[in-house]
Design a protein around this ligand. Structure first.
Ligand SMILES: *Cc1c(COP(=O)(O)O)cnc(C)c1O
Length: 377
């Protein structure tokens, strides 16, 4: 079976994790600090705050912005469900906006269409690694006095106008789940260019403690911590950070290989008439975390039919990105009923994700294309 993605983990990661175990310091400590520094540097951000996963990172972003009941947060429905859930965690109302059919991302226009006097924030997603048009979305938010949070879960190594995709973000949240390009098993990071926000985020992820456990040990002197506000335990472990440091050092190579494989798909896929597939937007580059295609209307088969036929030929694809407003958790809500999302509904119904992984061979590539071509005939 050709898988849709394979984590790219090696002996170096195993050794790094073992070294941490032997050191005796397994919880958040020096490796987490080093990983935060290196990751922020690689993504062109001032500060990195490691967290337990991207969902908790987005939750902290909602929390530091002071969002609560009565506030509206604009989000794409066309995203992993966590993007919607975190708005609910703080009691705010998720307001769904549509996406551009070519990028699968929100735009200044789709966001503007749903802004109301209660809109306080936007979570814009770099979906599947595809950058959204940061400048125009930021300009719209600035014009309305709205906070912009980047959901950069999939976007490590993607670029916008020649720079890392979230280098200008006030708040961006990243994921290190194995489905993403850089993994620590579970794990996440919040990056920011605001030093005060970074200090607050560090406190919030560690129970609101005035002195972190790691600092208390490092100081050697007796200093009692205080708990300054109601907060969370969203820490990363040093074992995860040690793996993350190795993974980060491989990221450029991983993306270069993915882009090479994506280009090969670009050469082969036009043989399937009417099939649309993901490519770089004019303002940036995707890391091709997800290589998705959209079935032409002329194909009567559903995505499930096509995936089933491909699976029979030993190829494991995935349905395209989900649409949160169609899921049972949200479908009955006023926000979902009110939402008009034609591009989202078309993409989620008609797109699928093809296998793409570092170790993929040309022969495997050809097999995928042949199976897809056969299935859509
Ligand atoms: C994966 C993903 C998340 C959640 O990341 P976790 O680290 O698993 O919490 C959030 N948003 C998007 C767009 C994702 O793809």
């Amino acid at each position: 079976m050709i898988p849709v993605i394979k984590p790219f983990l090696g002996e170096e990661e195993a050794l790094a994790a073992a070294e941490v175990v032997r050191s005796g310091w397994v919880a958040q400590g020096p490796r987490v600090g080093e990983f935060e520094k290196q990751f922020a540097l690689a993504q062109g951000a001032g500060h990195g705050v490691a967290v337990s996963n991207c969902t908790t990172g987005l939750h902290l972003a909602m929390h530091v912005l002071g969002l609560s009941a009565g506030d509206e947060v604009v989000i794409p429905s066309f995203s992993f469900i966590a993007t919607t859930n975190v708005v609910r965690y703080v009691g705010a109302t998720p307001v769904f906006c549509d996406v551009d059919p070519n990028t699968g991302n929100v735009t200044a226009e789709t966001i503007a269409a749903v802004i109301t006097p209660r809109t306080r924030a936007v979570i814009a997603v770099h979906q599947g690694g595809m950058p959204f048009d940061v400048d125009s979305v930021q300009a719209l938010c600035d014009e309305h006095g709205i906070q912009l949070v980047h959901d950069s879960a999939c976007a490590a190594g993607s670029t916008y106008k020649g720079k890392p995709v979230s280098s200008t973000a006030n708040l961006a949240a990243w994921s290190f789940h194995p489905r993403k390009l850089l993994t620590t098993g579970e794990g996440g990071m919040v990056t920011t260019n605001d030093a005060d926000l970074a200090v607050r985020l560090r406190k919030l992820r560690e129970h609101g403690m005035s002195v972190s456990a790691a600092d208390r040990h490092a100081q050697g002197s007796v200093k009692l911590e205080e708990y300054e506000e109601v907060a969370f335990n969203y820490r990363m472990t040093d074992m995860q950070a040690a793996v993350g440091l190795i993974q980060l050092s491989k990221l450029d190579g991983v993306i270069a290989r993915r882009r090479e494989l994506a280009e090969r798909y670009h050469k082969l896929l036009p043989e399937i008439e009417g099939l649309r597939f993901v490519t770089d937007p004019e303002y940036g580059t995707t890391n091709y975390q997800s290589f998705w295609v959209v079935l032409p209307d002329s194909v009567e088969k559903s995505v499930v039919d096509v995936l089933t036929e491909m699976s029979a030929k030993g190829i494991s694809g995935r349905r395209g990105i989900m649409a949160a407003h169609l899921e049972p958790a949200y479908a009955g809500t006023d926000e979902a009923q009110r939402a008009e999302l034609p591009a989202t509904e078309h993409l989620t119904r008609r797109s699928l994700i093809l296998p793409l992984f570092h170790q993929m061979t040309d022969a495997e590539h050809d097999q995928v294309v042949a199976a897809l071509a056969g299935a859509v005939k």
